[in-house]
Design a protein around this ligand. Structure first.
Ligand code: AKG
Length: 234
């Protein structure tokens, strides 16, 4: 992202994080603050979520119609230990070799080996079911603030241990194919009025997008058209 975009994104992150408590479970992290349902107050993240180069990569992997899976802001505070190693598509009962998910982690602070940079196992998206990484296979994604890493939902990874004195913030955007239920229900979280306040492209990513005439419609109609008519009839 440009410096201006990064500046706006970090200010929006601070606004969203104000007053947010640490997570109440080990996976999210008991020294980590998380904000889900970001489309309810997308602010400056709207530009980041639609970054053209990242959008191209995601569309090349998943096809033109796809949708957000989980979408959250994560602030890993000092002292947070490493997260359990996992792959994001593991929430779906699918064979390991089915590719359904492409995810993006935007660094809102520099990611360093010390401050909890995401740890990844390069190439592990091609591993068969049952193979688990050993600790020496994990490498930190070291990158300056404003950078993103794009990875398959099959890649083994985890948030790292934050041994530094500062918080590591990240914007984490999962994307899944349109025939899967997204991990988070953006349509319910945002509601009809909230959807109408989003740009058409963000609405599509929230799930307002037909795949064809018989898949993804609302009451037999194209969902975008349905939404606009619904607005007009009020
Ligand atoms: O914060 C990170 O670096 C990764 C978090 C993650 O992979 C997750 O919570 O699914």
């Amino acid at each position: 992202m440009s410096d201006d975009e990064l500046d706006a994104a970090t200010r929006h992150a601070d606004h969203l994080l104000s007053g947010v408590a640490w997570s109440d479970n080990d996976f999210d992290g008991r020294r980590t603050r998380r904000v889900y349902g970001l489309l309810r107050d997308v602010g400056a993240f709207g530009t980041t979520l639609l970054h053209p180069r990242v959008r191209e990569l995601v569309a090349a992997r998943l096809g033109e119609v796809h949708q957000f899976g989980m979408l959250f802001l994560s602030a890993v505070d000092p002292g947070q230990g490493a997260q359990a190693v996992h792959f994001d598509a593991g929430v779906y009962p699918l064979p390991r070799d089915v590719e359904v998910e492409t995810n993006v982690i935007w660094a809102l602070d520099d990611f360093t080996a010390d401050n909890g940079a995401t740890m990844v196992v390069p190439g592990s998206h091609r591993w068969p079911a049952g193979r688990r990484p050993t600790p020496d296979e994990l490498v930190p994604v070291v990158m300056p603030a404003g950078s993103a890493v794009v990875y398959s939902g099959r890649l083994w990874h985890a948030a790292g241990h934050n041994r530094s004195a500062a918080t590591r913030r990240a914007l984490i955007c999962e994307h899944v194919v349109p025939w899967l239920r997204p991990a988070d229900n953006h349509i319910l979280a945002v509601g009809v009025d909230g959807l109408l306040n989003l740009s058409p492209e963000l609405r599509r990513l929230a799930g307002v997008a037909a795949v064809n005439d018989y898949f993804g419609f609302v009451a037999g109609r194209d969902p975008e058209q349905w939404l606009l008519d619904h607005q007009g009839s009020r």
